[in-house]
Design a protein around this ligand. Structure first.
Ligand code: PTJ
Length: 247
């Protein structure tokens, strides 16, 4: 890790950039991932670089949905693997979910590099390499999924991607938890639970909620999910961004 003084006003942001850069160097993150990160940062800046109360509620609802799921899967791309590898493993453990690598710029080399990286961070099993099923209606590499992974999942956590797959998964009847700093992106629009927050903050927050909710009954979890309003959450995020402070 690079030496950035914690007192630096943009400490988190610089650390995040460094992780993405290191991800590219390690063959995990695509070059396009650098652009995606810049895009995310602009929204995060306008959100005040913190989790809004509305995003906090979404993160709690996401935890409830993952705990309620019969077969939850956490999807990982090159940006996610670079930014929060250990945190994804912890979330998978807390919610009994599988982890599956799914890439837009898919190459066997990157798939293997990401699976290895996740294993270095404690993952026992990483899906995605079998790629023995296809999401119908998608003509790019993200259609390739594992039959006993995303294809069979009832709930998928889909962080940081464009909207095609989110839409196709929704059409398959899969529920989606989307993490994306852009509240108007197609993926957030298709989510059952859209989380407009930086993935760096969102994943540990969901894990914390999942641990808190671990002993809750089915009804309590259902209630938690029912109280969450996706349209309201997206509206809230957009309002915060529109009032964003550019100083
Ligand atoms: O690793 P691959 O090959 O699967 O490629 C992954 C990328 C991210 C390059 C690919 O999915 C892509 O190009 O994504 P987009 O279309 O740039 O969309 C990424 C979305 O994630 C944008 O809406 C960003 O605002 C958002 N985003 C970027 N960084 C973060 C983020 N959201 C939350 N936390 C972030 N750190």
């Amino acid at each position: 890790e690079i030496d950035i003084p914690e007192s630096h006003p943009r400490y988190e942001s610089l650390l995040t950039r460094h992780r993405i850069e290191a991800g590219v160097e390690k063959g995990i993150t695509s070059k396009q991932g650098l652009i995606a990160q810049g895009r995310g940062e602009a929204f995060d800046y306008l959100l005040g670089e913190e989790t809004t109360p509305s995003a906090k509620r979404a993160e709690r609802a996401a935890a409830a949905q993952l705990l309620l799921a019969e077969k939850p899967v956490l999807s990982v791309n090159g940006n996610v693997a670079a930014l929060v590898p250990g945190e994804m493993v912890e979330l998978a453990d807390a919610t009994d979910a599988d982890i599956e690598v799914n890439l837009f710029n898919r190459t066997r080399k990157r798939m293997v590099a990401i699976a290895d990286h996740l294993q270095e961070h404690g993952a026992t099993e990483v899906k995605g390499l079998a790629a023995d099923a296809r999401i119908p209606g998608l003509d790019h590499e993200r259609a390739k999924v594992d039959e006993d992974g995303i294809y069979a999942a009832d709930v998928v956590l889909v962080p940081l991607e464009d909207g095609d797959r989110a839409q196709a998964l929704a059409e398959m009847g899969t529920s989606e938890i989307v993490i994306d700093l852009n509240p108007r992106s197609r993926s957030t629009q298709h989510a059952t639970v859209p989380i407009v927050d930086n993935i760096i903050r969102a994943i540990p927050n969901i894990t914390e909620h999942a641990r808190e909710l671990a002993d809750s009954g089915h009804e309590q979890l259902e209630q938690c999910l029912k109280e969450f309003d996706a349209a309201d959450a997206l509206d809230n995020a957009e309002q915060t961004i529109r009032q964003g402070d550019l100083s």
